[in-house]
Write a protein that binds this ligand. Sequence first.
Ligand SMILES: [Mn+2]
Length: 195
Amino acid sequence: MRTAKITRKTAETDISVELTLDGTGVYDNQTGVGFFDHMLDQLSRHALIDMTVRATGDLHIDDHHTVEDVGIAIGQALTQAMADKKGIVRYGSCLLPMDDALVRAALDLSARPFLVWNVEMPSQKIGTFDTELVREFFQALSTHGGITLHIDMLHGVNSHHIAEAAFKAVARALRDALETDPRKADAVPSTKGAL
Ligand SMILES: [Mn+2]
């Protein structure tokens, strides 16, 4: 079983993340940011990664540090759980519709962090949540998970749908990329021999 546990404490946030990559999408995410919990639940459910997140952050300032630092911790946990990446498919992509929103995610578990973010949120807020924080989360996830991550919005008018479609698209792409390739289960999927 590929699992990881990360704890990360700073002056701004105190976070713990537990992941089981070969899970069934069982989740228990509590960050104090309701909409963000809803998005983390989607990530878990649609990647079939069991995920427990606890975060206590400086929400009296805003949600920024909490969302970014949870992204860092989940990225670190992914890196730890993937370990030597032996046998993984490595690449994944998904074109995901949610009502008006259509979002494409394509990723490479390359150990080369790179985020392409081509998403425009029509509103600044979803409830009390700042929509710009969705990008901050994926930037942190890409950097600390070592993921080349392209997220493109093809269509969308509702920010809740757009954000949720982005999380679900990345989740489905991650699920495929993390799967073991039975034709090459004993090898790292790179001509370099390492990722
Ligand atoms: Mn929703």
